[in-house]
Design a protein around this ligand. Structure first.
Ligand code: ADP
Length: 777
């Protein structure tokens, strides 16, 4: 060993390379320097085990000073903290043995620095001497090292345990060879191979890939990316059981050697649950899609998650511009409705459902809408709802309908007032005339005047009730037409005939122009005549006295066109389309000069429509006269009219045996009186049984039979009469207050020839009887 020389320099020492021979002091200093430089604690003890010297590392590591250490007996150091049995054993061993003691491990807890693991190396000096002077003790602090080792061991155990108990299958492969080098028990259970059967196999051999090619492709990808993942890989176990797995694999280094770890998770159950969930969600989506009312699902941030077709259709928006859109931004902010904000705030902040919240809003493209909103948070009992389910019911039409109904009801009330007024009007003159007739010594002309008054007023009442009946049938869709081939001219003539008295009474001039050629229609002649007569009556009513009325009928292509025009009071423009509505009158005041219920034109329009035609009102306004244009299709097939002589004539109702049956004695007697005046032979009866007996003994040619009779009703009376052989040619006429189709049907079944609604006019009776017999009702 080359020992550097030690040189005295004042009080200090220096080491140089002087060629002077080294002395023992130099060697000592040299040794002390070595000790001082050591990073490990080092102590030199004398033979009595007192500390001769220790290095800075010792003082630092064991938190002691030079002063309290040097010269002290080792076991007394730091209040005896070095009095460690293992140290005693070591020192005894060193002192008694010339061999050094190496890596002697001591574990000891020091008051100041805690538990320490120390590796002690000790030797005596001089080593060969039997009486060594010194003991050199090097202390290596292995505490951190030991801890790291223990941690490592723990972690290895932990990871192994994880590997063993993992609920995922884990395979470890040699990255270069691609063969399995380890498999955990779960893998064994999953695929049905034993641990050893896995070893040395490639992935495709244990069914993880369909074939070697697929396996190699996956392996290449893994090599390139260091990671592969397959979300759903179908597998078959050794027992043929099908499972679905998620496969994740990555490469890492283990002790410098590349390995592949494959994690295989059995997701069969999870997929089952997911599929069931998807089915349930699909079911919910289907329900939403099927709903007829618009439906929106919003997320917690009020963005549209989904909406149904009805929503898109009702609010004219597309799926694309709706989904994921903030609800208040929808359709350029058209859903930014204060009412909706209130509702959604309520749902979100109080987590409460809201029912039938009515919101009215004007949408730019849809106009004003009234909506009923129903909203509920989902999940229902969570503090922060994830979704808001919102059903939007458009009740605008309902509200409008309700308004219309209210309006209709108002009209009806007005109508009832008008009706009462109209029915009372004719009663006063009738009562006056009756009182007048009761006076003594009346002149023939006075009686005629009174009778005319009664006749006119009764006609007014009959017309009113007829219209009422018709209108009631129309509203219940029970009005039936008896269509036949008719010549328009005949229908017009009949209408003129019935309206003429009123027209003449008002002093109007009537100009009728009919086409030179017949125009044939497929029509109900009575109903169509009613249409024209109604228009003529209106023209007469709404034209000042001595006005002018024109009726023109002509053919226009495939239509027949009938115009009824007057130079009367005219119709304001805004009323032109409305006058056809039920109960509508331009002047509703009860003081107005003209009678009427405001149902005539409703009836007219409906009847025209039932003839596949149309009607239009024209007027240049108040005081400018009016025109009503009726258009009905002509009957195209050529119709051979029977020779004129065959046409029914009014029968002369005279010299006939007639039985009049009515439980209202006045009705029966007044009819009997009229018929007797015409030269007929009359009997009367006032109940059903009496009627049957009278018929039997009197053998009438004509029976005017009321239906509602005591003892036996009119249908039954008719049936009994019809059972008699002599009754074959008897004409049975039902006289009733009921003109419904069902009543007519029952009359026909009972054997009646005619069904006439009371009060009956002689002229009508004569016209009916003139038609060929037998006649259906
Ligand atoms: P009514 O005559 O019983 O009031 P209508 O339904 O026949 O009922 O007619 C409805 C309304 O139409 C009448 O009240 C009247 O105001 C108006 N109107 C009908 N015909 C004419 C007409 N020729 N000229 C002027 N106004 C008419």
């Amino acid at each position: 060993m080359q020992i550097p020389q030690r040189q005295e320099t004042g009080g200090g020492t220096a080491v140089n390379s002087d060629k002077r021979a080294p002395g023992p002091q130099d060697a000592l200093a040299y040794a002390e320097n070595i000790i001082a430089t050591l990073r490990e604690p080092f102590v030199v003890l004398d033979k009595s085990l007192r500390v001769r010297t220790a290095n800075a590392a010792f003082y630092r590591d064991f938190h002691v000073s030079k002063e309290e250490t040097e010269g002290r007996f080792v076991y007394e150091l730091g209040d005896g903290q070095w009095d460690i049995p293992r140290l005693r054993t070591l020192l005894v061993q060193v002192q008694s043995n010339s061999h050094p003691v190496e890596d002697f491990e001591v574990e000891h807890t020091f008051p100041a620095i805690g538990r320490r693991n120390m590796l002690l190396n000790a030797r005596r000096f001089p080593s060969e001497s039997n009486n060594p002077e010194l003991v050199l003790l090097a202390i290596e602090d292995k505490t951190d090292h030991r801890r790291a080792e223990a941690a490592m061991k723990n972690s290895e155990v932990r990871y192994r345990r994880l590997f063993q108990t993992a609920k995922d299958g884990i395979l470890i492969l040699d990255a270069d060879k691609g063969k399995v080098i380890d498999a955990n028990p779960f893998m064994t259970a999953l695929l049905g191979y034993t641990h050893d059967e896995f070893l040395g196999k490639e992935l495709w051999e244990i069914g993880l890939f369909r074939d070697i090619k697929e396996s190699q492709a996956a392996y290449r990808e893994l090599q390139e990316k260091g990671y592969v993942r397959y979300e759903d890989m179908p597998l078959e176990t050794t027992s043929g059981h099908k499972v679905e797995v998620e496969f994740v694999s990555n490469v890492y280094k283990e002790n410098g050697h590349k390995v592949v770890q494959c994690n295989i998770r059995d997701i069969t159950e999870r997929l089952k649950v997911e599929r069931a969930l998807a089915k349930v969600l699909g079911y919910a989506d289907d329900i939403i899609a099927t709903l007829r009312e618009p439906f929106v699902v919003l997320d917690g941030d009020l963005r549209v998650k989904t909406a149904n077709r009805s929503f898109y259709d009702s609010f004219h928006v597309s799926k694309e511009e709706t989904e994921n859109c903030f609800v208040y931004d929808l359709g350029n902010g058209q859903w930014d409705i204060p009412g909706l904000r209130t509702l959604l705030d309520e749902v979100l902040s109080h987590n409460q459902s809201v029912h039938d919240f009515e919101v009215e809003h004007s949408f730019p493209s849809l106009g004003r809408k009234t909506m009923l909103l129903n909203a509920r948070p989902f999940p229902p009992d969570s503090e922060h709802p994830e979704l808001i389910l919102l059903a939007v019911e458009d009740v605008s039409a309902l509200r409008e309908r309700a308004d219309e109904l209210a309006e209709a009801s108002r009209h009806k009330d007005e109508f009832l007032a008008t009706l009462a007024h109209e029915l009372r009007n004719p009663l006063a003159p009738i009562r006056n005339a009756v009182q007048y007739l009761g006076m003594d010594s009346l002149k023939e002309s006075d009686v005629r005047t009174a009778r005319d008054v009664i006749d006119r007023q009764v006609k007014v009442m009959v017309r009113l009730t007829d219209d009422l009946l018709d209108v009631s049938r129309i509203t219940r869709n029970q009005l039936e037409l008896r269509k036949q081939r008719v010549d328009l001219a005949r229908v017009v003539e009949s209408a003129v005939e019935s309206s003429l008295p009123l027209i003449q009474q008002c002093g109007h001039e009537l100009t009728v122009s009919l086409p030179p050629e017949p125009i044939h229609l497929d029509a109900d002649p009575i109903r169509l005549a009613q249409v024209f007569s109604n228009l003529l009556n209106n023209a007469a009513k709404y034209t000042k006295l001595r006005g002018h009325i024109w009726l023109t009928a002509e053919r226009q292509g495939s239509d027949a066109l009938v115009s009824v025009r007057d130079n009367g009071i005219g119709i304001p423009g805004d009323m032109l389309s409305r006058i056809f509505d039920m109960f509508t009158q331009v002047d509703r005041s009860l003081e107005r000069s003209q009678s009427g219920l405001g149902i005539g034109l409703t009836l007219v329009r409906r009847l025209v429509e039932m003839h596949d035609g149309s009607i239009e009102a024209r007027s240049n306004g108040s005081g400018e006269g009016s025109e009503f244009l009726v258009r009905v299709p002509v009957f195209i097939q050529v119709f051979h009219e029977p020779p004129k002589s065959d046409r029914p004539k009014a029968a002369a109702l005279s010299e006939c045996r007639i039985l009049v049956v009515d439980d209202n004695k006045d009705s029966a007697d007044s009819m009997a009186m009229l018929l007797r005046l015409k030269g007929n032979d009359i009997r009367t009866a006032h109940d059903g049984l009496e009627a049957v007996e009278a018929a039997e003994s009197f053998r009438p040619e004509l029976v005017l039979l009321d239906i509602g009779l005591p003892k036996l009703n009119g249908f039954e009376v008719a049936r009994r009469i019809r059972q008699q052989p002599w009754s074959r040619d008897v004409i049975l006429v039902a006289l009733t207050g009921w003109g419904q189709d069902d009543d007519r049907r029952r009359s026909k079944e009972a054997g009646f020839n005619f069904h006439i609604v009371k009060p009956v006019e002689l002229a009508v009776l004569e016209r009916l009887l003139a038609e060929p017999q037998p006649k259906s009702v």
